[in-house]
Unconditional design. Structure first.
Length: 457
C-alpha cells in the first residue's frame, strides 16, 4: 500500500532493476486529501541467503512517486512420517503452526514429545522429552481390580503389561498420598521365539482401617525411563473397625434370669461395608449360639455403626462371641463371607442371699459381691463366736457366678461354750476370730487388710 496526493492511473512494479508484471490492477481509495493505493502481486523468488526480497512500486502519472515493499519469506516445516501417529504423515506444517496431543493408534504407547512448533522451516519438539516421538508396544493390559479386603487380612493387587519388546525395569505402586511400594524386579514372561516379554507386578498389603476407599495405580517404567500407567482401583475395607461392650462398672449385674439386680448393658461395633454387600448379620454366642438383632446406625464413608442392647436372658457368666458375617458381591476378591469373633468376658455378681444363713451371724456386704470379691461372715459380738470358713470367694460357675464351697460350713456358736475353756479371744479391728474347735482358733482380716502377728492360737 502507498499514499499519493493525486489519483494515479499508471503503475510499474520492480524487483531490483527488473520490472515485474502486475497480476491485478491496483485500487485507489481517497482519504481526506490523499489517495491510498492497494497493490496485490505474487512474490515468485527469494533473493539472498537471508530469504528476503525488496519490491518497488512506481506511480507513473504522479511524477514517479515510489513506495518500497520489503518481504521476508518463511519456510514451512516437513513433518516426519511416524508409524501409528496419524498426524505425522510426511506433509508440511505452516510457519508458526503447532502440533499438540499426539498419540498412537492400535493401543500403542507414545514415547517422545506429544507436540511441536514450526519456526521458519525448523520443527521444534516440546518438553519433556524433546524428541521425535515413536510408538511402542507398551501398555497395561490387566489393570488392578477393585478389592474388598477384610480388616487385618492380606490381599494382592496385580498389574500386567501387554507383550512388549521394551524392558520394564521397575513398577511403582502409588495412591493420592504418594508411592506406597516399588517393585524393582517385575516378573518377565518371555514370548516364545521372540525378544518380547509380558511383565507382571504384584503389590501385597494388609487391610488396615485407614486404607478404606483408597485408590491405587501402577506405573511401569522402562530401562530408558519411559513410563505407562494403569487405570486406578479402589480398595474397600470390610470387617470390624472397632467393638466395645458397655456395662455398669466392669460386669453385668444379674441373678441369672430373675433380674432382681439387672442393669443395662450394650455391645457396639463399627462395620466396614464395601459396595455390593447386600446384608450383614451378627450372632451372639454364650453356652449356645443365639441370634440377636444389632440395630444399624447411619452409614458414613462405607462405615456403619451397630448397637445391641443385651437382653436379660443373655446376661450370664461366660464369654460372649460376636460373629459378623459379610456377603461378598460377585466378582470381588476375597472370601465369600467374613466371620470375625470377639471374646467379651462378662461375669455376674454373686448374690449374698445364696450363702448359707447363719444364726447369730451377718454376711458383709449384705447383697452382692463382685466377681473375684469376698463376702465375710461376722458373728454377733460377745454373744457368739465363729466356727468354720467365714470368707466366701465369688467365682465364675457353669451358668452364673457362684461363691466357692465353704469348708467347713461356718456357724456362730454361743460364747458360753468358751467360758468353760479359755474364754473368748479379743476380736481384732477390721477382722474376726474363727474357732476351729473348743481349743483352737485363728484370726482373719477383712478384704483389703493384712494380718500382723500370730495367725493361730
Amino acid at each position: 500500500m502507498m499514499t499519493v496526493p493525486t489519483n494515479p492511473t499508471t503503475y510499474k512494479l520492480f524487483k531490483g532493476d527488473e520490472e515485474v508484471t502486475l497480476t491485478t490492477t491496483p485500487t485507489t481509495t481517497k482519504v481526506v486529501n490523499d489517495y491510498q493505493v492497494l497493490v496485490e502481486f505474487l512474490a515468485t523468488e527469494v533473493v539472498g541467503e537471508d530469504k528476503s526480497v525488496v519490491y518497488k512500486l512506481v506511480a507513473v502519472d504522479t511524477g514517479n512517486i515510489e513506495s518500497t515493499i520489503s518481504l521476508e519469506i518463511f519456510e514451512k516445516c516437513t513433518k516426519p512420517a511416524v508409524a501409528d501417529i496419524t498426524v505425522l504423515d510426511g506433509t508440511t506444517l505452516d510457519h508458526m503452526g503447532t502440533l499438540s496431543g499426539l498419540s498412537c493408534t492400535g493401543g500403542k504407547t507414545i514415547l517422545g514429545s506429544t507436540g511441536a512448533t514450526c519456526t521458519n522451516g525448523v520443527l521444534t519438539w516440546s518438553d519433556p522429552e524433546v524428541k521425535v516421538p515413536e510408538c511402542i508396544e507398551l501398555a497395561v493390559e490387566t489393570n488392578p481390580a477393585d478389592q474388598l479386603v477384610e480388616v487385618g487380612k492380606e490381599t494382592t493387587m496385580s498389574c500386567v503389561s501387554i507383550t512388549t519388546p521394551v524392558v520394564v525395569s521397575s513398577v511403582v505402586w502409588f495412591s493420592a498420598s504418594g508411592t506406597v511400594y516399588t517393585d524393582n524386579s517385575p516378573s518377565a514372561a518371555p514370548e516364545s521365539g521372540t525378544a518380547r516379554n509380558v511383565y507382571t507386578s504384584e503389590y501385597t498389603f494388609t487391610g488396615a482401617t485407614e486404607l478404606n476407599k483408597v485408590s491405587y495405580q501402577c506405573r511401569m517404567i522402562t530401562d530408558t525411563q519411559k513410563t505407562v500407567e494403569s487405570e486406578s482401583a479402589i480398595v474397600y475395607i470390610v470387617g470390624i473397625k472397632s467393638i466395645a461392650a458397655t456395662y455398669p462398672g466392669q460386669y453385668f449385674e444379674s441373678d441369672g434370669g430373675n433380674a432382681e439386680f439387672s442393669e443395662d448393658g450394650t455391645i457396639k461395633f463399627e462395620a466396614y461395608v464395601g459396595p455390593g454387600i447386600a446384608s450383614q448379620t451378627a450372632g451372639l454366642a454364650l453356652e449356645t449360639t443365639v441370634t440377636v438383632t444389632f440395630t444399624a446406625g447411619v452409614a458414613a464413608n462405607n462405615l456403619t455403626p451397630y448397637t445391641y442392647a443385651v437382653a436379660e436372658e443373655n446376661k450370664k457368666t461366660g464369654t460372649y462371641t460376636v460373629t459378623v458375617n459379610y456377603n461378598k458381591p460377585s466378582g470381588a476378591n476375597g472370601a465369600a463371607a467374613y466371620i470375625t469373633e470377639f471374646f467379651l468376658p462378662v461375669y455376674q455378681f454373686c448374690k449374698v442371699a445364696e450363702l448359707p444363713e447363719v444364726e447369730g451371724g451377718t454376711w458383709s456386704p449384705t447383697t452382692k459381691v463382685d466377681h473375684r470379691g469376698y463376702a465375710t461372715l461376722s458373728c454377733e459380738t460377745d454373744k457368739y463366736y465363729m466356727k468354720g470358713d467365714g470368707i466366701a470367694l465369688c467365682l465364675m460357675g457353669d451358668a452364673k457366678s457362684v461363691f466357692e464351697e465353704l469348708t467347713p460350713t461356718p456357724t456362730c456358736n454361743p460364747t458360753t461354750e468358751l467360758f468353760e475353756k479359755c474364754g473368748p479371744l479379743k476380736i481384732p479391728d477390721n477382722g474376726d476370730v474363727v474357732y476351729k474347735d473348743d481349743s483352737s482358733a485363728y484370726f482373719i482380716c477383712n478384704a483389703g487388710y493384712t494380718l500382723i502377728g500370730a495367725e493361730e492360737e
